[in-house]
Design a protein around this ligand. Sequence first.
Ligand code: ADP
Length: 178
Amino acid sequence: MTIAIYAGSFDPITNGHVDIIKRASALFDELIVGIYDRPRKSLLFTIDERVKLVKEAVKHVKNVQVLSYSGLTVEFAKEVGARVMVRGLRMSSDFEGEFEMAMMNKKLSPDLELVCFMTSLQYQFLSSSLLKEVSQLGGCLDNMVPDHVAVALTNKFTSKPNLKIDRIYNVSGFHIIS
Ligand code: ADP
């Protein structure tokens, strides 16, 4: 039986993540979605909120479990008995960072194999950070996130309208302003 983990911050889960989860769950006996509780980047959603959003998004996929973790991802993989780590690769933005992380993880845990899925075409330019900004500016998130995630984003920004998020773009002109 091959157990795989798909780890990340999922702040929040997008349709790009869901696509990887569906494709990976078809390939492995069990897929554990690991939600890292304290990544270095600033977060919009709490760990409990992120877990809840992911659980709702994948509730129809039968061999998927959603767990939170802290500490090293390779240690989490060992704890749950995973032999494979799944990652999603977008066209241009992910390769270098993923390669660097893969080399480090291989050193820390030589038996853990990395399997990268090429992101489906329609999700290539979708990132959690960009859609947080689109949502904050009142943009439409159709086909980018599950419906319940769109609602959670709207609620978050309605309750905290001046919240400062990680990367700020002016989406119409694509200028980085902070
Ligand atoms: P991290 O904090 O590790 O970057 P993320 O939640 O941003 O966590 O991403 C988790 C994984 O999902 C990473 O492998 C990332 O490359 C992948 N990913 C992010 N966005 C997409 C997308 N739009 N389509 C497919 N995979 C994605």
